[in-house]
Write a protein that binds this ligand. Structure first.
Ligand code: PEP
Ligand code: MG
Length: 754
């Protein structure tokens, strides 16, 4: 590996680099001295710096190639080995460069005799804006320590360019070190709303300050202390109360602890500081490598590991900066959070009052972070490839949660156009507010019950704001996700009581804990499963380990004493599972009676239709269940075999397709035949066009995020259910992938409010 001599060599390299920078001379002279020094120290025949100007990688300085090629040799983006390094943002180390398929011969450089090639990207904040190259005339593969040394130089160089250390260098003004032009990124709308604010990075680029350490010994001590802190915190988590959720495997956390104690991670970090980098810069460099590999990898297993590693790098950076957690960072007014991906618990951790909007590079609209964003009323756009490399903290961001567009550093006129759109939206919102006490009755007299999806006590006030008739889905797991530790019986009871009180006499349907999948608790890492969506989640956990579920049912029964209690179970797949879950309710009612507590005046026990198998068992639920609610988010992911959390497939299929709508129609008919009340509570119910289709199929109860109630009510008031039913029935006769456009045309024809 890295011998002390090589480490000493790297340190000398950095010291010399600093001397060059501190000495006088023009920027070009300093750059020339820098390449000469790197070539000499690394015993290379050539050292060159290419910087990216527009669509070209331009030779800015060289030792060894023809001097008059400087600023003349320009490789097109993606051209040659330099282009390959810039494209992949990864080092390229080859012994026989001229025979590489991407080799591009440039006679003006006089590079014929050079065989071996080592190129590393000059990258900062995930943005590659140049390539640093060494070449030798003999065929050789460069050693790991040489690759690392060159990466270290490239990193320092990147920071120097970014800090304007070569201010007057010819052509440098065109090198896009940090993006400055207005840009439009198109993604997917996850949570409605138009906002203008300031970019804040979820995992900020460390404010490095010093890149080169003044005192490497001190830096190593800082690194050691931070490593000990991160490892200590993880071990504490692992050794924390084992009974919190009995039986949930700790395998994941163990893997994490194992990664944190992996000597190769530490060696890499140490190598950075011993080479003369500050501790923060050493971590930043390793993080950069992990990120580059993550961006290049499609293998889900590898990606997960790299994400874990990046998470560890981030923890370490925070420990060095003395910051407690990502969510603890200072937020400017009007913060728009920028992240690759965000878990629902992380979003809850930030809280609605600190965020104006969220933009994600990845993510999916039916994932729980998106649901939480809608519940909190935070506009969110996701599936924005390249976002992290295009935005810098402090940039102005216009986030359009209606169209899924994000505008970075927009011009004033564009901003004022969005401000106008935002005020038009407020006018529409005022129009919805006027309707809040009007019941949703269609033109042909059909009454549609509009209910709210909620998850926090805070959400309940939306009942009055938007005029919903009750809560059709209360996601109880949110309380668990925002807590540091498992909520105790009394705090669960308190929340449920508050919700029932705030709802006054409107019905509230509590859904029991729906954990697993992407809903993980911060204090209990669930076992890593090959297919979490098909894994041990929701009621499956509840039935296998009934203590937690029984506790929750006890809290619900306590909270609803003397009142009406509606409970439903998530992801039930068979009638037997429902019966087992219902038996737990009966048992807890018994328990309550035995201890002479006042029980609820009336208990209704329902089930979510989320698994296709249960959807085909509805006649058998007759007399057993009191009501059904279709969770289209999950039902559609299982129906279409498309992971709702995977941005690449989540929106591939449309709930407004003939097979999906026929399926839903069949469920509704079976429910009616069995005399079971049925509703739809997936996110789709809150979108007017989908709501139009559902009411046409005979659904009279829809439960949705608060933002959907106004628009759906306006639609119902303007529609004729009979006419819609006829139109939809006809459209379902065709085998088209989506009836969306047909239904939109119908809505226009009928002048429906969409
Ligand atoms: C659903 O699956 O449609 C649903 C409402 O539940 P959740 O989104 O919480 O899984
Ligand atoms: Mg669900």
């Amino acid at each position: 590996m890295n011998s002390p001599a090589n480490v000493g060599g790297s340190r000398m390299l950095l010291r010399k680099l600093r001397e060059i920078m501190e000495a006088g001379g023009s920027a070009q002279e300093r750059l020339n001295r820098l390449v000469a020094m790197v070539a000499a120290t690394m015993v290379a025949d050539v050292c060159s710096i290419y910087l990216t100007r527009g669509a070209f990688h331009e030779l800015f300085a060289t030792q060894g190639l023809a001097p008059d090629a400087v600023h003349r040799t320009r490789l097109r983006s993606g051209e040659g080995l330099v282009g390959l390094v810039a494209e992949t943002a990864q080092p390229l180390n080859i012994a026989d460069a001229p025979h590489h398929e991407r080799f591009s011969y440039r006679p003006e450089t006089g590079e014929d005799p050079y065989q071996s090639f080592l190129g590393v990207p000059i990258v900062r904040s995930e943005r590659t804006f140049g390539v640093l190259v060494v070449q030798n005339s003999v065929q050789r593969v460069y050693g790991d320590d040489e690759v690392e040394a060159l990466q270290t130089i490239a990193m320092v160089l990147a920071e120097m360019v970014a800090a304007n250390a070569f201010g007057d260098l010819s052509g440098l003004a065109d090198v896009e070190v940090r993006p400055s032009r207005p840009e439009l990124l198109r993604g997917k709308a996850f949570s409605d709303g138009i906002v203008i604010g300031t970019a804040v990075m979820h995992e900020p680029h460390a404010p490095l300050g010093r890149v080169i350490a003044d005192d490497p010994v001190k830096e190593e001590a800082r690194l050691d202390a931070a490593l000990a802190q991160v490892r200590g915190a993880l071990t504490e988590m692992l050794e924390g109360d084992p009974g919190r959720i009995s039986g949930v495997s700790r395998e994941v956390l163990e893997t994490f602890v194992l990664l944190a104690s992996d000597p190769s991670w530490e060696v890499k970090l140490k190598h950075g500081v011993r080479a003369g980098l500050s501790a923060d810069a050493a971590v930043e460099r390793v993080r950069g490598e992990h990120r580059a590999k993550l961006n290049a990898s499609r293998d889900p297993y590898l990606r997960e590991r790299l994400q874990d590693l990046e998470d560890l790098d981030n923890r370490l950076l925070r420990a060095l900066a003395g910051v407690d957690g990502a969510a603890a960072q200072q937020m400017p007014e009007g913060a728009i959070l920028i992240a690759r991906e965000l878990g629902p618990a992380e979003l809850l951790d930030y809280g609605a009052d600190r965020l104006r909007g969220v933009a994600l590079e990845e993510g999916a609209g039916t994932a729980h972070a998106a649901i939480v964003a809608r519940a909190l009323g935070i506009p969110m756009v996701g599936a924005l490839p390249g976002l992290l490399s295009r935005v810098e903290a402090g940039d102005t961001v216009v986030l359009d949660g209606e169209t899924g567009e994000v505008r970075l550093r927009a011009e004033d006129q564009v901003i004022s156009a969005y401000q106008q759109r935002a005020s038009l939206r407020s006018a529409r919102a005022a129009e919805f507010a006027r309707l809040k006490d009007t019941p949703a009755i269609s033109k042909d007299g059909q009454r549609i019950t509009l209910l709210l999806n909620a998850g926090l006590a805070l959400d309940v006030h939306h009942l009055d704001d938007v005029g919903a008739e009750g809560i059709g889905l209360f996601r109880t797991e949110f309380q668990f996700m925002v807590s540091e530790t498992l909520p105790r019986l009394d705090s669960q009871t308190l929340l449920y009581r508050d919700v029932l009180e705030a709802a006054k006499d409107r019905p509230v349907t509590f859904r029991t804990l729906d954990l697993g999948g992407d809903k993980v608790l911060p204090y209990v890492k669930a076992e890593r499963e090959e297919n979490p969506a098909l894994g041990w989640r929701a009621v499956r956990i509840g039935l296998d380990r009934p203590a937690l579920l029984r506790y929750q049912l006890r809290a619900l029964i306590n909270a609803a004493s003397g009142k009406r209690l509606r409970v439903m179970f998530p992801l039930v797949t068979t009638v037997a599972e429902f019966e087992a879950a219902r038996a737990l309710v009966n048992r807890e009612m018994e328990w309550s009676r035995r201890f002479a507590r006042e029980t609820p005046a009336h208990v209704e026990v329902g089930v979510m239709v989320e698994a296709p198998a249960l959807a085909w068992s509805i006649p058998a639920l007759k007399g057993k269940a009191d009501f059904l609610s279709i969770g289209t988010n999950d039902l559609m992911q299982y129906f279409y075999a498309a992971d709702r959390n995977n941005g690449r497939v989540a929106d591939r299929y449309d709930v407004l397709s003939a097979p999906a709508l026929r399926f839903l129609s069949r469920i509704r008919q079976d429910a009616d035949a069995a005399g079971l009340q049925i509703s739809i509570c997936g996110e789709a119910a809150g979108r007017p066009l989908e709501a139009l289709a559902f009411t046409a199929l005979g659904f009279h109860r829809l439960s949705m995020p608060a933002s959907g109630v106004g628009p759906v009510k306006q639609l119902v008031l303007s529609m004729d259910v009979g006419a819609a039913q006829k139109a939809v029935t006809q459209m379902l006769e065709d085998e088209r992938p989506s009836i969306r456009s047909g239904l939109t045309a119908f809505a226009r024809e009928q002048r429906l409010a969409l």
